[in-house]
Write a protein of this length. Structure first.
Length: 202
């Protein structure tokens, strides 16, 4: 039997994830985007059963060194998410009996503390707002200064903002793919988000 390329298994895996029905559509779409954008261009042609820990380590190391074209800093957050998707997919391959072990199992992902957390300057935010289509413009500074997802930023109200303590309370979201639906935030948990210093000045 011909070895199955990783890209063929990835397509079946995404359909499997959709069929589970436990994930939001946006989560599956994000996983597929990371597969197409980062994982498959590097590893897609390789036979799944021939994938080694060294292959995964080299792929992940290269991804961590890629620079954001706008900021010029490593995209560690994207690398971490892509690494997590690859780890999950290979783990499911083990559960389904396609692999005997997960080659990504002992490959450490970038720690959250290692990702860039620097505050954007007013100039950077202004440049990004100017390059955004008009109906999205109000949400760009809100998302950048509070960390809220786009669907969450759309549903923020003044009573969700505590300027005195410097917190924003994310209580609702309006999913991008379901613009008429308002639901609880991801995982159904209200988040208390500390505002960046610039947010209080906006």
């Amino acid at each position: 039997m011909q070895p199955v390329p990783l890209q063929d298994f990835a397509s079946r895996w995404i359909r499997y994830r959709e069929g589970e029905g436990r994930l939001q559509k946006t989560t599956v779409e994000r996983d597929w985007s990371l597969l197409r954008g980062q994982i498959l261009p590097a590893l897609g042609q390789k036979a799944l059963v021939q994938l080694t820990a060294e292959d995964v380590r080299n792929f992940y190391a290269g991804l961590c060194q890629e620079l954001n074209r706008r900021t010029g800093i490593p995209q560690l957050h994207t690398a971490r998410r892509a690494g997590a998707v690859l780890h999950k997919m290979l783990g499911d391959a083990v559960s389904l009996g396609v692999l005997s072990s997960n080659p990504a199992h002992h490959i450490p992902l970038a720690k959250p503390a290692e990702t860039s957390s620097r505050q954007y300057s007013i100039e950077e935010i202004t440049a990004l707002v100017r390059g955004t289509r008009d109906d999205f413009k109000p949400f760009v500074p809100v998302s950048m200064l509070t960390g809220a997802r786009f669907g969450e930023a759309r549903e923020l109200r003044w009573h969700d903002v505590d300027l005195e303590r410097g917190f924003v309370y994310v209580r609702r979201q309006r999913p991008t793919h379901e613009p008429t639906v308002v639901r609880a935030p991801k995982r159904g948990i209200t988040r208390e988000v500390e505002m960046m210093d610039l947010a209080r000045k906006v």
